[in-house]
Ligand binder design. Structure first.
Ligand SMILES: Nc1ncnc2c1ncn2[C@@H]1O[C@H](COP(=O)(O)OP(=O)(O)O)[C@@H](O)[C@H]1O
Ligand SMILES: Nc1ccn([C@@H]2O[C@H](COP(=O)(O)OP(=O)(O)O)[C@@H](O)[C@H]2O)c(=O)n1
Length: 419
C-alpha cells in the first residue's frame, strides 16, 4: 500500500531525477509527466539502443538506507552481466534539503535477461523501487515503467510515466543531504548515529563507552592550540613533531590513539556511519586538548577541517563547481566543539605530493588512494578546506625544506598567537 501511494504521479511530480552519465559534466536531469514534452528527448545524446533500468532505496530508517545503499553497488557489480554499466542517480526535490533518495541507473547492453532476473530478485527481497525505461513511438520518446511484485512471484509493470527534461537545479542534489549525513554539527547528532548502530556494528558500543568518558573542554584554553591540516604526505607528521619540540608543546591528533582499534572497522562503513565515528573522534581529542592546553601549547595533527573537508568532497559528486558556495552553512564550525587558536593547511603541488608518497611507500587508506587516482577529488578536498570557517585555515606552502617550513610556521604562530 505504501509503495502504491508513493508511486502516484502526484507524489513524484515535484521530484527530479538526476543521472551521472559523466562525472565531468552535469547530470542529466529529468522529471515524470503524464504527457510527453515537445522539447528534445532527454536521453537522446547519452543512450544508444540499450535497455535501461533504475533502482532506488526505499526505507524510512536512515541507517538501513545508508547500509543498504552501500552494499547495493557491490551486489550489483557482482551479479549483473559485465555489459551492464552502473551509474549513480538520485531523486530529489530541487533545492529542498533532505529530500534526496539515492539509487543507481543501469545501462544494459547485454543480450540476456540476467539483469531483469537480478532486479526482480531485489524487488522481491529488498527495500527498493525498480523502474525500466523504454524508448518508443515515432518520435522515440522515453517512458519510465515502475515495477511491482505480484503474489505468485512475477514482476509486473505498475505504472508508466513519460520522461520529460527538467531544469538544472541551483544546488547540486548531492549538497542537499550533507548536514547530518556526511557532516555532523553537534556531538549529539554524531552520537545518535552510533547509538543506532549498536545492534548491527557491535564495535559501536566500545566507541560510545570511550566517548562517554571523554573530558569536557572549556571554550577558552590557557595556551594556544595550533592545528596542522593538509592532504596525506604534505608533511603534517614531520612538521607537527618539529613544532612540538620547538615550542615545548604537547602533540595530539584526531582521531585520537584510543580509537585506533576501531578505525579500520569504521572505514569500511558507509559515509553516514564512518563520518559519525570521525566526528566523535574530534570531541575526544577536544577533551584532551582542553586538559593539555592548561600546561603548554598544543599542536594537533588533523582535526575538524579534515573531518568536514573530506566528507564534503566525497559527498559532492562531479565538478568542483558543484561544491556548496563559500559561506554556506555546511562550512560552519560545530557550536559545541572546542575551537583552536590557529589552523594551518599545508599545500603542495600534486607532483611533489606524489613524489613524497612514493618515497614514503606506506599503505594508504582507500580514500587516499582515491585522491591519487582522482585529481578532481583532491581539488575538492583542498577547496573545501579553504571554505571552512570559525577558524578558517591559513594555507602554508609546504614545498621548501622541512626546516624552512618549520621556520615559516613558527613566524606565523608568533604573529597570530603571540607565542
Ligand atoms: N618539507 C619537506 N620536504 C621534503 N620532504 C618532506 C618534507 N616534509 C616531509 N617530507 C617527507 O615527505 C613524506 C611525507 O611526510 P609526512 O610528514 O609523513 O606527511 P603527512 O603526515 O602529512 O602524511 C615523508 O617521507 C617525509 O619525510
Ligand atoms: N580528524 C579527522 C582525521 C581523519 N579523517 C579521515 O581520515 C582520512 C585521513 O587519514 P590518514 O590517516 O590517511 O591521514 P594521515 O594523517 O596519514 O595523513 C581522511 O580520509 C578523512 O576522511 C577525518 O575524517 N577526520
Amino acid at each position: 500500500m505504501a509503495r502504491r501511494m508513493m508511486s502516484r504521479l502526484g507524489q513524484w511530480s515535484s521530484y527530479v531525477f538526476a543521472v551521472d552519465f559523466d562525472t565531468n559534466s552535469d547530470p542529466i536531469y529529468f522529471a515524470l509527466a503524464s504527457k510527453q514534452s515537445e522539447r528534445p528527448q532527454v536521453f537522446r545524446n547519452v543512450l544508444a539502443d540499450e535497455k535501461c533500468y533504475s533502482l532506488h532505496v526505499q526505507s524510512d530508517d536512515k541507517i538501513e538506507r545508508a547500509k543498504f545503499y552501500g552494499g547495493l553497488k557491490k551486489k550489483l557489480s557482482k551479479e549483473l552481466p559485465p555489459e551492464c554499466t552502473i551509474l549513480e542517480m538520485s531523486i530529489f526535490q530541487p533545492n529542498v534539503k533532505d529530500s534526496v533518495i539515492k539509487g543507481y541507473f543501469l545501462k544494459d547492453a547485454s543480450k540476456s535477461s540476467a539483469t531483469e532476473r537480478v532486479l526482480g530478485e531485489l524487488l522481491r527481497n529488498d527495500p527498493v523501487y525498480v523502474c525500466s525505461y523504454l524508448c518508443g513511438g515515432e518520435d522515440r520518446q522515453w517512458s519510465q515503467h515502475l515495477w511491482s511484485n505480484t503474489e505468485d512471484g512475477w514482476v509486473e509493470v505498475l505504472e508508466k510515466y513519460c520522461v520529460v527534461p527538467a531544469e538544472k537545479p541551483v544546488h547540486h542534489p548531492s549538497t542537499l543531504s550533507i548536514i547530518n549525513y556526511d557532516v555532523f554539527y553537534s556531538f549529539e547528532d554524531a552520537y545518535k548515529v552510533l547509538q543506532q548502530c549498536v545492534d548491527i556494528i557491535p564495535e559501536s558500543k566500545a566507541v560510545l563507552e570511550l566517548v562517554d568518558q571523554r573530558l569536557e573542554s572549556k571554550e577558552k584554553t590557557d595556551f594556544p592550540v595550533i592545528v596542522i591540516e593538509g592532504l596525506d604526505a604534505t608533511g603534517k607528521t614531520t612538521l607537527t613533531e618539529s613544532l612540538t619540540e620547538a615550542l615545548g608543546a604537547t602533540l595530539l591528533k584526531s582521531p585520537p590513539q584510543c580509537l585506533s582499534p576501531w578505525r579500520a572497522r569504521f572505514d569500511t562503513e558507509p559515509p553516514l556511519i564512518r563520518r559519525a565515528f570521525y566526528a566523535l573522534g574530534n570531541y575526544l581529542t577536544a577533551g584532551q586538548i582542553g586538559q593539555e592546553a592548561r600546561q603548554a601549547p598544543v599542536i594537533v595533527d588533523r582535526y575538524w577541517h579534515s573531518t568536514a573537508a573530506y566528507a564534503i568532497a566525497t559527498a559532492v559528486g562531479g565538478k568542483l563547481g558543484n561544491l556548496p558556495q563559500a559561506g554556506s552553512e555546511v562550512y560552519g564550525w560545530p557550536g559545541d566543539l572546542l575551537r583552536p587558536s590557529l589552523v594551518l593547511m599545508l599545500s603542495l603541488s600534486s607532483q611533489e605530493r606524489m613524489r613524497r608518497l612514493q618515497v614514503r611507500g606506506q599503505d594508504k587508506t582507500m580514500e587516499e588512494e582515491e585522491l591519487e587516482a582522482n585529481h578532481l577529488f583532491r581539488q575538492k578536498v583542498e577547496e573545501a578546506y579553504q571554505r571552512i570557517e570559525g577558524p578558517a585555515c591559513i594555507t602554508v606552502d609546504a614545498s621548501p625544506s622541512p626546516d624552512q617550513v618549520l621556520q615559516q610556521v613558527l613566524l606565523l604562530i608568533r604573529e597570530k598567537c603571540h607565542l
